[in-house]
Ligand binder design. Structure first.
Ligand code: PEP
Ligand code: MG
Length: 898
């Protein structure tokens, strides 16, 4: 089998479509070579080798070695140099990871491979640049020692061990910290010696290998090994990248950005990935290798500055920028090296972007005719779309706030939080419910967990393309980078700015759109879209973001088959959801209405009632409240349908459980407290979620359903009289037997007929059921004889299908996710193979009985993009979700239809 794919000299074995096999980096290197961009020659070892490696105790297939040899010969031929040459210019290579989806900074890279005590001399002679040669060598020993030989920070170390050695040497020789570029040849030689000694000391006597081939295999093994390192696993879990994809390994001829002042390295985006503007965006360092730029140790310059420093190279980069966008038809994030004025491309990929940038790119590219509007819909990741609705600072409060430092705007939005200087403490504080800002000198991939936990990230060093900044943007975290005025003391856990000291736990605020850092806490305000649509405090014409949002949503409506409804229990929630484009209520939980004010008293009276008469008396008090609620909701709906669910939770939830509260209630109702205690005792259940709830309530106490039905129809009649159409859909919960539904439907029809007769108003309504227990799904054909619609209650259906309590799964689910027993949290994303199968059975059986049956979902999954796509595939009519998730669901629904 072919394990090695070559590229270089305008040709390649692979191409851009082969990401599964060659990884994203390998596939695009091949593609760039094919379209004639300046790519140093190299080869890619396929992801299949990675899979083999893990399936066979970390060994390689036997065909691999000769293919790697041939690959090296291919590079040697194009470069005209030899690997390990001790006389003429030696060939050096880089060895890099490259998974199918890019995982920035999560896996390992080794540069300048092939150097040893002899080849370094040859490199110095051939380039007539001794400093350059030794700079490469010390970098190589450092990276190799870290990545391949495992000499890394131990707990208790303040710094990376190699950085510590550099720091020590600078102190000894210069008495202060100097820039790395100021180190002399002699300094660099000394560093190489000390690095070798450090490696030996830290690895129990192992030597840094001098044989280039040994180096190469060591590096290849390390890259495959890094697929399973801690942070890569955490990253994959967060982004749902399967562990069995594996990584490819790219071996490529080195070009050098560190040969002097006419060389450099950089990272650039063809457009601004933070705000979406069409401007060349990125940064570079003169006389540096690529790792310097992304590691965030030196703060780089904006790429446009290159125009002044190396105008020819800048022109070439602009040319490449254009070719990339025309060819890939998407915004590219690319790495380049300039060697003595000549530009080389080391990588390109679709740039990670914020939700705002994704929106702007997609709309602009349609205008530019690079893509069509359907592609534009797909270019907006549904799972980050809610960033657009994320809050910003209150404008007045921000203006009044004190700017203590500024940095680079690396991730837009507004965040306030208590500062923490380590990811561990940030995570711990967030778990206690604190709002947290993670503050670091430079953020490294190890900080990932802290970043996930934090509201925002603030760093003293590093640029907008440092790994952490990329990751923050993708997560939608607010991020300010390279705020140079911050002095961090990790030991004292303090942050000092111009003499002013902030301790851990103090409040700071950051604006990731402007790059400002503020003292104290600033109130946040809703996004522009929310201001336009919900608060109506902003003129739609004044917000470009809103305009783009609307364009996209309109495109979505053109292709969507799945309707999006909302879960709402108040007129306000209903209006919000309609403003976001919902077309009705998919779930109105009527019990929420009984918790307010006097209603809870009447509700309690009803529960304490001992006879039907008493119960009816209490219910009669509830009726007007409930009717008023429905009137409000029906009006807010302006003719859209409303699925109203009858009472569902166990009754004990409405009674007070504490002694004092019970006494209060007794006094208020004029009954002995003993009576209340007794009723609470009677209603106590070991397993309330499987107890006296759902339709069981209405079956034992039909007068409850009767009251609810009356409230619905009287309200409907009244609103309809005012000229607003009302379309109630009454929904009976927790049905597992057809007979349960029959009994409840009988009540509904009877009351409907009564009210229509009394009021003389004809009301069009439906009666249906929730499918939320397995028996309901399995007997859906029988149930559909009565039910005019089904709505999947996937919260309970998940709970009952998996036998996992929706309230008590937090104790073990994290372990289950870790062990990959479940891939995703089944209460957030539908378990398609289990719960999804029950749904499919119900859809099929329901349709068999009643071909035109209306099918929806109203569990929390209705706002989860992957679940929405699943609902589309199994042919549901609508999904229903909370108001602020409506836009996400609309986008996911449109994407599912494409
Ligand atoms: C459900 O079970 O999915 C549902 C929507 O009902 P509730 O969450 O109110 O039990
Ligand atoms: Mg339910």
């Amino acid at each position: 089998p072919k394990y090695v794919y070559l590229f270089g000299n305008g040709k390649a074995d692979g191409d851009g479509s082969m990401k599964a096999l060659l990884g994203g980096k390998g596939a695009n290197l091949a593609e760039m070579a094919r379209i004639g961009l300046p790519v140093p020659p190299g080869f890619t070892i396929t992801t299949e080798v990675c899979t083999y490696y893990y399936a066979h105790k970390k060994t390689y297939p036997k065909d691999l070695e000769p293919q790697v040899k041939a690959g090296m010969a291919h590079i040697e031929k194009i470069m005209g140099t030899k690997f390990g040459d001790t006389r003429a210019l030696p060939l050096l290579v880089s060895v890099r990871s490259g998974a199918r989806d890019s995982m920035p900074g999560m896996m390992d890279t080794i540069l300048n491979l092939g150097l040893n005590d002899q080849t370094v001399e040859a490199l110095a002679r051939a380039t007539n640049n001794e400093r350059f040669a030794w700079d490469c060598y010390r970098r190589f020993v450092q990276m190799y020692g870290d990545v391949v030989m495992g000499v890394q920070k131990r707990s208790g170390d303040d710094h990376e061990p190699f950085e510590q050695v550099i720091h020590q040497l600078k102190k000894e020789r210069y008495g202060q910290d100097i820039d790395d570029t100021k180190l002399t040849v002699d300094d660099l030689k000394e560093l190489v010696n000390r690095f070798k000694a450090l490696i030996k000391e830290r690895t129990g006597g192992k030597e840094f290998p001098q044989d280039p081939w040994k180096q190469l295999w060591g590096a290849i093994g390390a890259v495959f090994g890094s697929w399973m390192n801690d942070r890569a696993i955490v990253y994959r879990r967060k982004y749902n990248i399967p562990h069995d994809w594996g990584t490819a390994v790219n071996v490529q001829a080195m070009v050098y950005g560190n040969t002097g002042e006419r060389s450099g390295s950089g990272v650039a985006f063809t457009r601004n990935p933070a705000n979406g503007e069409k401007e060349f965006y990125g940064e570079f360092l003169i006389n540096a290798q690529g790792e310097d730029v992304v590691a965030g140790i030196r703060t780089p310059l904006p790429v446009v500055e290159l125009k002044k420093v190396l105008p020819e190279a800048y022109k070439e980069l602009e040319r490449i920028r254009n070719i990339l966008e025309k060819h890939f038809k998407d915004v590219q994030d690319f790495e380049f090296t300039i060697q003595d004025g000549k530009v080389f491309m080391l990588q390109t990929r679709n740039g990670k972007r914020t939700a705002l940038a994704a929106l702007k790119f997609s709309i602009d590219m349609v205008k530019e005719k690079l893509i069509d509007w359907k592609t534009a819909i797909l270019r907006n990741p549904a799972d980050q779309f809610d960033q657009l609705l994320a809050p910003v600072f209150d404008a007045k409060a921000e203006k009044a706030a004190e700017v203590i430092a500024t940095g680079l705007p690396a991730g837009p939005g507004a965040a306030s939080g208590r500062i923490y200087l380590s990811w561990e403490r940030a995570v711990a504080a967030a778990q206690k419910g604190e709002k947290v800002l993670l503050v670091r000198n430079e953020t490294t991939p190890e900080d990932l967990r802290g970043m996930i936990a934090a509201e925002g990230i603030l760093t003293a060093k590093g640029g907008v393309s440092s790994h952490a900044a990329l990751v923050a943007r993708q997560m939608g975290k607010v991020c300010v980078c390279g705020a140079g005025a911050l002095q961090l003391d990790y030991e004292a856990r303090t942050l000092t700015v111009n003499g002013r000291v902030f301790k851990e736990g103090d409040w700071l605020s950051i604006n990731g759109t402007l790059g400002n850092v503020y003292a104290g806490q600033i109130p946040t305000a809703p996004s522009e879209i929310v201001q336009v649509l919900i608060q109506k405090t902003l003129d739609p014409k004044a917000s470009k973001t809103y305009q783009m949002f609307k364009t996209l949503m309109d495109w979505c409506s053109k292709v969507t088959r799945l309707e999006v409804r909302t879960n709402a229990d108040t007129p306000e929630q209903t209006e919000n959801a309609l403003a976001f484009g919902a077309t009705g209520i998919g779930l109105c939980r009527t019990e929420h209405m009984f918790f307010e004010g006097n209603r809870i008293d009447a509700m309690r009276e009803m529960i304490l009632a001992e006879t039907v008469e008493e119960r009816k008396k209490a219910l009669a008090k509830l009726l007007p409240y409930q009717k008023q609620d429905f009137i409000g909701i029906f009006k807010a709906l302006r003719g859209y349908p409303a699925t109203i669910r009858f009472l569902d939770p166990p009754l004990h939830e409405f009674l007070p459980h504490e002694e004092a509260a019970q006494e209060d209630l007794a006094a208020k109702m004029g009954v002995p407290v003993e009576k209340i205690r007794q009723r609470v005792k009677e209603l106590h259940e070991f397993n309330p979620m499987l107890g006296f709830r759902g339709c069981r309530l209405g079956i034992v106490y039909p007068e409850i359903s009767e009251m609810q039905a009356r409230a619905v129809f009287e309200a409907a009649a009244e609103v309809q009289k005012q000229g607003i159409k009302v379309r109630p859909e009454i929904m009976i919960p927790l049905v597992g037997f057809k007979k349960e539904l029959d009994l409840q439907v009988e009540v509904v029809h009877r009351v409907a007929a009564e009210v229509m007769k009394e009021t003389g108003v004809k009301i069009q309504y439906l009666v249906g059921t929730m499918i939320e227990v397995p028996r309901g799904a399995l007997t859906a054909d029988e149930i559909a004889q009565t039910a005019q619609f089904f709505s999947f209650g996937t919260n309970d259906l998940t709970q009952t299908c998996l036998g996992m309590s929706r309230d008590d799964s937090a104790t073990f689910l994290p372990t289950y996710t870790e062990l990959e027993i479940v891939k995703r949290n089944p209460f957030a994303t539908i378990d398609q193979t289990g719960v999804g199968q029950l749904m499919q059975i119900a859809v099929e059986k329901g349709r068999k009985t009643r071909p035109d049956i209306k099918l929806g979902i109203c569990g929390e999954h209705g706002g989860d993009p992957d679940s929405v796509k699943f609902c589309h595939r199994i042919g549901l009519t609508y999904v229903s979700c909370s108001p602020f998730r409506v836009p996400v669901a609309r986008l996911a629904a449109a994407q599912a239809a494409l």
